[in-house]
Design a protein around this ligand. Sequence first.
Ligand code: ZN
Length: 135
Amino acid sequence: MKVTRGQIIARGLTNRCPNCGGRTLFEAGTFFKTNKECPRCGFKIERDEGFFLGSMSLNFGVTLVGFLTPVMLLAYDNVIGTTFAIVLAGLGSFGFPVLFYRSSRSWWLMNYYFFLPQHLPANRATPETRGDENT
Ligand SMILES: [Zn+2]
């Protein structure tokens, strides 16, 4: 296997192409627009409709666990005031998912290829190894 799981994680955490490590998954000058394919290797980034629904779930979960729960716990322990916590949670529940959008897309691709690294074009079986589909 040419691309290891460690490389897939490193590339996923830095918004790089999981196949070649090229920058970046997103169109230059835009924040939300994903490239249809990697400009360096041609790896198809845009998938079937619904593929990135998982990234929305991931974004929701990270917002809930990584932002809203700590705010709630800080308010519960009286570290911050209740009114401030409500305002912070209200603003953060919209702002955090926007800021985490790019990472959630990249992490979702990372998650997919971490468990199915043989699906990466760089790891596809060569004619010599084609006998075993799981390699
Ligand atoms: Zn690439």
